[in-house]
Design a protein around this ligand. Sequence first.
Ligand code: GRF
Length: 216
Amino acid sequence: MIFNSTLTDSTPSLISPVVPPNLLVTDSPIKLGIMASGSGSNFEAIAQAIADKQLNAQIQVVIYNNPNAQVAARAQKWGIPAVLHNHREFASREDLDQQIVQTLQQFNVEWLIMAGWMRLITQVLLDNFPNQVINIHPSLLPSFKGVRAVEQALKAGVKIAGCSVHLVSLEVDSGPILMQAAVPVLPNDTHETLHARIQLEEHRILPQAIALAAQK
Ligand code: GRF
């Protein structure tokens, strides 16, 4: 375990497991597909880790479902194709996932990363990427699954919060946990300040967890 005191807001964090840097770089580049609905800061953290050679991977495509998602502009900045599959244009969740699978296959994606994907997924996705779908969630799972996880944690009055990266199964925010980071909840925290502290950790552990998963 690592106690980290180098965060910009100088609060300590705890990350587990510790992955030695030499274990993080796989022999061949991992071909990633990213699914995101919002800002895309986790997408960018992965892109930055690749650029910094901390992760041997290539982002083949970003899929987003919300026409206003900021992630599209971020992908453009990195020169990475971004494809909109607007969920409102599909009759069912399965139809949407079928279209997503088709796009991921076109782009030769091996590992699928849900980085702020705000839709329920179906078996269609999991059947096509068995044990190859990863999600990041802003809580210490199995606590506070589902939407507004940070608000749930604040409301519950927990003193330690955090984030989890896990392999995806059909049930929301479930599946084997790959990596977690914990941060303190500070006395005057709002949803925004706590989420910002958690996101610093998300950006740190998501690239590491991808490398860890791809080695197994
Ligand atoms: C993150 O907090 C992630 O844990 C959750 O959605 C948020 C996405 O943030 N699933 P961003 O779009 O990557 O900035």
